[in-house]
Design a binder for this molecule. Sequence first.
Ligand SMILES: *Cc1c(COP(=O)(O)O)cnc(C)c1O
Length: 382
Amino acid sequence: MDPSKLAQSKRKYFMTSSYDSLGIKRVINANATLTKLGGSLMPEEVIQAMVEASKTFVDIHQLQQTVGQRLAELTRNEAAYVSCGAATGLLLATAACIEKKSKNAYERFPQWGKISNEVIVQKMHRNSYDYAILEAGASIVEIGNQHQTLPDELENAIRNQTIAVFWFQGAMNQPSELSLDQVIEICRPKNIPVIVDAAAQLPPASNFWNFTHQGADLAIFSGGKDLSGPQASGLILGSKELIEIISGLGAPHHGIGRPMKVGKEEMMGLLAAVERYLSLDHEQLFETYEARVTYWINELDGLKGLRAIRDYPNEAGQPVARTKVVLPESHNKDTVIQDLLQGEPMISVAPSETENALLLNPMTVKDGEPSIIKERILEVMG
Ligand SMILES: *Cc1c(COP(=O)(O)O)cnc(C)c1O
């Protein structure tokens, strides 16, 4: 056998790098851009940019800086940085605020002893991602209660050891919170950075600049949600001063950011994703989403005791409608969700927080899948 053919046949034998060869089943995602389902799917432009980037060596410092400049221009910000996810963005932003206050703080980390670095968060904004703030070595000071926060509570919480106020945007927002405008107004004169976690706040694309133009020091986005960049990428936008500190703390530098390294492929993939996102016809996408929502309503409402309605604004705080399928009392939402997930094909849908209902998300499904989902729901209802 000629040697190249032999190499090829041997390789085939050893290759198990496909989902099929490993017995991994595909999941139809009508839930959300969840990390546990693989986040989002990369469009061709992003894949191509990653493939190209993977073929040559480059100077990573130069690449990170140049990609950052280009991302800053595209997103109308002073500066930009590619992290390996929005959660890492929270960690690095916290670290930068600590360094801004005490230069070279991380040379002594984690032997800080009594040194205290406090991040203020409204109690109603607390969520499972804010652990990343603690990982940077800061502590969280809560203000307000589950139902409201008052301006005085922020004023009084700001002390010498306060390094930042974090603002979370999403399902946690309530009209009775201290608004971002109020937070900025109080923090600005005291030179306390305001950091916005906007991980899932795309669309609209204008959010790339809305929070920072409003006066936030940094806004942090996930690259692996609707932006459809590499799954392990995130975007930090805003203050040049803070982003320069972040670059110094992040890989390839050794220190607090080194374990969270970002490859050349992620940098170029995320850049391609942002360029694509800004040029998408979002109006037309909204129409596609609305058509899917309407399809599910028309096909499910009134059958097998189901009531299907348009869910807007959606519970996740995003400006896209979903279909809410209210189940009859005979069927429990958690059981139906499990049946769909364990069926053939595997289908993931979200539970409603407040009702015995399923939520179907039109953003993450592919063409052809809405009818499969409808069929399976009717089957599971028996
Ligand atoms: C998804 C999400 C994150 C984490 O984003 P990753 O890119 O997966 O790290 C952080 N904060 C909020 C509010 C999120 O919704």
